[in-house]
Design a protein. Structure first.
Length: 256
């Protein structure tokens, strides 16, 4: 049975360091077990801090980065290189410093990419990219060892926003129009796709996240609080700082 864990760290810096260390170990273990590793990145402030911490931790040399597949959970549909793209942020904070195999880095298409400014076509293209990396005989998705998510103040994860049509989407990847958080057009893995990951880590820091985290952990509805609807096949981990954990019931805080 899949387990759920909650780990609360003192502050955002300690949280970023701890998540970075955990990620390095997870990738090392995945490579020892399967020969390669697949990670799904997220965007946002805490994610950027985690990426910088991975870059700066000497233990990251123990990962064979040439055998890591890098995917994204969501993307702001903007031109390549735009500073607001999650890809741009991850490259600047971490990826540019790693000896990755460029063929194994899979950003979501940009708005000046092969499909132009058509996010539905970009989402379909990303679904095809995922399917092409799937193991024969498996569903049309590759193996995700770990999928990281930030948590929005409104409870969104990736670009699945509360009460938005994307919260009901069953295709693997979706365009998002009318996002309540700028920019308005995005692409995202959908909840059913997120929930195929071996481990899902929800990483949140700060008081502004405490309400959403508290509601998600208290069993909020997945359409009203998308963070409540995600889970890993083997493990779901809530990785929080004290401020973000402020509204988590004490009995849930001790889950391991
Ligand atoms: O727009 C987005 O926001 C969320 C949360 O970001 P944060 O800065 O509040 O931590 C992020 O998880 C998502 O990937 C991104 O597109």
């Amino acid at each position: 049975m899949a387990e759920t864990g909650v780990v609360v760290h003192a502050d955002p810096d300690v949280l970023a360091q701890a998540v970075a260390a955990r990620l390095i170990i997870k990738l090392i273990d995945a490579q020892a077990e399967r020969g390669s590793a697949g990670v799904v990145l997220t965007g946002g402030r805490v994610a950027a801090a985690v990426y910088r911490a991975v870059r700066d931790l000497p233990a990251s040399d123990a990962v064979d980065w040439s055998r890591v597949d890098v995917w994204w959970g969501d993307e702001r549909f903007l031109p390549a290189g735009d500073p607001d793209r999650n890809e741009t942020q991850a490259r600047a904070a971490l990826l540019d410093a790693l000896p990755l195999d460029p063929a194994r880095v899979h950003p979501m298409p940009a708005s000046d990419g092969p499909d132009g400014a058509d996010p539905e076509a970009a989402a379909a293209r990303y679904a095809d990219t995922l399917a092409a990396a799937a193991k024969p005989g498996h569903a049309a998705l590759p193996h995700f060892d770990v999928l990281m998510l930030g948590v929005g103040e409104d409870g969104h994860v990736a670009s699945v926003f509360p009460e938005h049509p994307v919260a009901y989407e069953t295709r693997p990847v979706s365009a998002v129009r009318g996002s309540p958080k700028p920019p308005p057009i995005r692409t995202t893995l959908t909840i059913p796709t997120i929930n195929t990951a071996e481990e899902v880590w929800l990483v949140a820091a700060g008081t502004d996240k405490s309400k959403a985290v508290g509601m998600a952990m208290a069993g909020g509805g997945p359409v009203q609080v998308p963070a409540a609807g995600v889970h890993g096949v083997e493990r779901t981990l809530w990785l929080l700082d004290r401020a973000a954990a402020a509204e988590v019931a004490p009995r849930l805080r001790s889950l391991r």
